[in-house]
Design a protein around this ligand. Structure first.
Ligand SMILES: [Zn+2]
Length: 484
């Protein structure tokens, strides 16, 4: 009898343990989760739950469903809102698999404690088209993680619609990086962090948030992942340092990290280490991503009130800054230590180099205008403003207004970082306009820093960087006007 009871309890325990096991687990880590399996899985988790809700974020370029989950224990209306989205790049599957493991832990009640002050919005898979053929881009051949300024792709449009609707304090974009490659092999060493996390680097993002990321979050996640036996490092693309300078990524605002950071959210990127191929070492990769996601949510839960206050401030004061950096560069801040492993991963070492450029300095700034004027007949710019939820108004000129138009001189010899800047000089001249022909974009709104960087013709990360908006350079006079 005793024997029988223990057999039954083992069966009960093991069936409880395997409840909501993910498609990857069900395949015993032999096969990545397809979009169809993912949709079915999240439905099966959400259906019986009181506090996990499933909705559709968007339909992909190729017509696949992109689900998102709203996870709220509903204790308070004052929870901090955390938006996590994974796999914008279809050939980086461990973020998605890690997000599904996280969802399993949530459904099994294992993370109740860290969700006390958090409402979680989870998109496990941004790019099902890429996922199903192991490709970086979506069905239109577009890189979703370069589309957050243009907003032309349905997947990214859907994400920004959700962002505008829920107004989250915190965002996290989940990827993978590859430590392999010819140049690293020749160098003999490679990056070895299983999970890296990157912070906001654009100098026009909020200083207080940036400082809290570096001084509070990085030490926390470092020791959290050490405890979980996951090797952590700060997000450091590029290299090797003997060939190319290294930095903490671009200052651009067209990606999943900085497009939300520039609006005043507490925004991050997480990158796990990819395998030799998509399935190689997938269990360890997915569990590492899941551990980092759990640590990330833990930090937001523990610091919910502080972050909510800082973000509220960042979102309301975005428009108050007197100047905006429009050209900037990464520079060396002295010699830095980087942690590498031998190329075969068997021996650890540290490299001291001055070629790790961690500091961003502004090279050119502009003063904040009162607002901008764009022609009502410009349908592409109007579409841009609508998708970014920008407030626009009819233009009612005040007596003190000076409307200025830039006269441009073109010359593509200026290159900063990877950006070719086609406008060499922009001379403002006061002009008279027919107010009725224009839409007025007041700068006093949350999108101020994004708008200034998108519109200023000498900005290195503006709309002129994209084919879609090259028509703005058709003439010597620039059609977007400044009101001062
Ligand atoms: Zn990626």
């Amino acid at each position: 009898m005793v024997k029988l009871i223990s057999v039954i309890s083992i069966i009960v325990a093991s069936s409880l343990f395997s409840q909501f096991s993910t498609p990857l687990e069900q395949s015993n880590y032999s096969r990545l989760t397809t979009n169809t399996e993912l949709v079915k899985y999240v439905q099966s988790v959400a259906a019986p739950s009181q506090w996990i809700k499933m909705d559709t974020l968007a339909v992909s370029a190729n017509g696949k469903i992109i689900p998102f989950l709203t996870i709220s224990k509903g204790k308070s209306n004052n929870n901090i809102k955390v938006l996590i989205f994974a796999q914008q790049h279809g050939n980086e599957p461990s973020g998605k698999e890690g997000a599904l493991l996280l969802l399993k832990d949530i459904a099994n009640g294992k993370l109740d404690e860290i969700l006390e002050n958090v409402d979680l919005y989870l998109v496990p898979q941004m790019n099902p088209d890429g996922n199903d053929i192991n490709a970086r881009r979506n069905g239109h051949g577009m890189d979703l993680n370069r589309n957050h300024l243009l907003l032309t792709e349905p997947e990214v449009i859907g994400l920004h619609e959700l962002y505008n609707k829920i107004d989250p304090e915190v965002t996290l974009d989940v990827h993978e990086y590859s430590p392999y490659g010819k140049e690293w092999k020749e160098y003999g060493y490679r990056k070895n962090s299983e999970v890296t996390i990157g912070l906001m680097t654009n100098p026009n993002t909020d200083d207080v948030l940036r400082s809290f990321q570096r001084k509070a979050f990085i030490p926390f996640i470092d020791s959290y992942l050490q405890m979980k036996n996951v090797r952590f490092g700060e997000y450091t693309p590029m290299g090797p340092p003997n060939k190319e300078r290294m930095r903490n990524s671009t200052v651009d605002i067209n990606d999943g990290r900085q497009s939300f950071g520039i609006l005043g959210s507490f925004s991050f990127i997480q990158e796990g280490m990819n395998g030799l191929d998509s399935i190689d070492n997938i269990r360890r990769r997915s569990e590492g991503q899941c551990a980092a996601l759990t640590g990330f949510i833990t930090f937001m839960n523990n610091n919910a009130d502080t972050i909510r206050m800082m973000v509220k401030n960042a979102k309301t004061t975005r428009a108050d800054r007197a100047v905006t950096a429009i050209q900037m560069d990464h520079v060396s801040d002295g010699e830095k230590t980087l942690k590498f492993s031998s190329y075969d991963g068997l021996r650890d070492t540290t490299i001291v180099t001055a070629n790790y450029h961690t500091k961003v300095v502004p090279l050119l700034t502009v003063n904040r205008p009162k607002g901008y004027l764009v022609l009502k007949s410009d349908t592409l710019l109007k579409d841009f403003l609508t998708k970014h939820n920008v407030k626009v108004a009819s233009y009612k000129p005040a007596k003190s207004d000076a409307v200025k138009q830039y006269w441009l001189e073109y010359d593509s010899s200026l290159v900063i970082e990877e950006f070719v800047i086609p406008v060499k000089s922009a001379r403002p001249q006061v002009i008279k306009v027919k107010a009725l022909d224009y839409l007025f974009i007041p700068i006093e709104q949350r999108q101020a820093q994004m708008l200034i960087q998108a519109f200023e013709p000498q900005c290195m990360i503006n709309l002129l960087q994209y084919e879609r908006f090259r028509y703005l350079m058709k003439e010597k006079f620039y059609p977007i006007l400044r009101v001062e």
